[in-house]
Design a protein around this ligand. Structure first.
Ligand SMILES: C[S@@+](CC[C@H](N)C(=O)[O-])C[C@H]1O[C@@H](n2cnc3c(N)ncnc32)[C@H](O)[C@@H]1O
Length: 297
């Protein structure tokens, strides 16, 4: 592993000289876990707020953030037909409404600073956090563009039988501020929706087994969801950041669509899975290019 300060910056996401000396003083706030300049893909290990606060202002085209939902608090859920307690990891435990909201405000503020003036951010969540995210966005002056309802037809049943079965997540799409002239590929979205305007309810299944063949993340998103998000709001060559990258579903979609990618996570286990998935996506992309006779190198 390298320290961030030693590397060139093919993806224009770097820390200042000042921070470089901080890094060299061995109080390393983060490390580069994986770097592939040829494909403009990078994974950083550390707390995303600390990292983003050191990154260059106005440097990222689009952010997809899938933060902790603070769900792992002793409740029950259904997994593979069995009743299990919800325990996705220490990172998913609630610290109480006020502290959770402070955290949300802090990382959303850090994201807003590094977004380019016309950049946008997507944030996914369930009722546990999404109202806090929406409120924080309004407090910070983001412009909320859409609330996407992601409907999972294959959601697991509700075992308690005391509620309607949860089968949706909300994804808020917001521009950096009110003045932002955000990018939206309206025509492409219409085209993939059989020529009709695309609405804000997206029916996409939870990730298939194929997407978990290299290992599992407890809250993995489907590649189809991230593909649609990237196609709607970015162009080829854009830099996409995922501050809570988990297994790097965002990175897999970014590689397939020729976008640059930086993913951040705290956990070695997830960064390891991310690296394997990113390398697999690069191999698959090269194989496709090879078939089309376009593979260079
Ligand atoms: C909801 S999961 C993301 C799942 C991801 N979208 C995927 O498809 O695999 C959230 C991730 O954020 C990481 N995380 C939690 N707090 C963090 C922090 N302060 N900085 C960086 N990563 C964090 C967790 O380790 C976890 O992997």
């Amino acid at each position: 592993m390298n320290t961030y300060a030693n590397l060139e910056n093919p993806i224009e996401f770097y820390i200042s000289e000042e921070t470089a000396s901080y890094v060299n003083n061995s109080k390393k706030p983060f490390t580069i876990y994986y770097d592939n300049p040829e494909h403009s893909v990078r994974l950083l290990k550390g707390d995303c707020i600390a990292i983003l606060n050191q990154a260059r202002e106005n440097s990222v085209d689009m952010i997809f953030a899938d933060p902790p939902y603070f769900l792992s608090n002793g409740g029950i859920t259904c997994h593979a037909g069995k009743m299990v307690s919800v325990n996705k990891g220490k990172w998913d435990k609630s610290k109480g409404v006020i502290e959770n909201h402070k955290f949300t405000l802090e990382w959303l503020k850090a994201c807003q600073r590094i977004l380019k003036p016309n950049g946008t951010i997507w944030v996914s969540g369930t009722t546990h956090i999404i109202y806090s995210v929406g409120f924080a966005m309004q407090e910070l002056g983001y412009k909320i563009l859409n609330d996407i309802i992601w409907y999972k037809r294959n959601a697991p049943p509700n075992l308690s039988c005391r509620y309607f079965t949860h089968s949706t997540e909300i994804i808020l799409w917001a521009a950096k501020n009110e003045k932002c002239k955000h990018y939206f590929d309206y025509q492409l979205m219409k085209k993939i929706n059989q020529g009709k305007q695309m609405r804000n309810v997206w029916e996409i299944s939870a990730p298939p087994a194929e997407e978990k063949k290299l290992g599992k993340h407890p809250t993995q998103k489907p590649v189809e969801l991230l593909t649609r998000i990237l196609l709607a709001s970015t162009r080829e060559g854009d830099l996409v950041l995922d501050p809570f990258c988990g297994s790097s579903t965002t990175g897999v979609a970014a590689i397939m669509l020729n976008r640059k990618y930086v993913g951040i996570d705290l956990e070695d286990e997830y960064l390891h899975l991310s690296r394997n998935r990113l390398e697999q996506a690069i191999k698959e992309k090269n194989a496709t290019l090879c078939l089309q006779g376009e593979y260079k190198k």
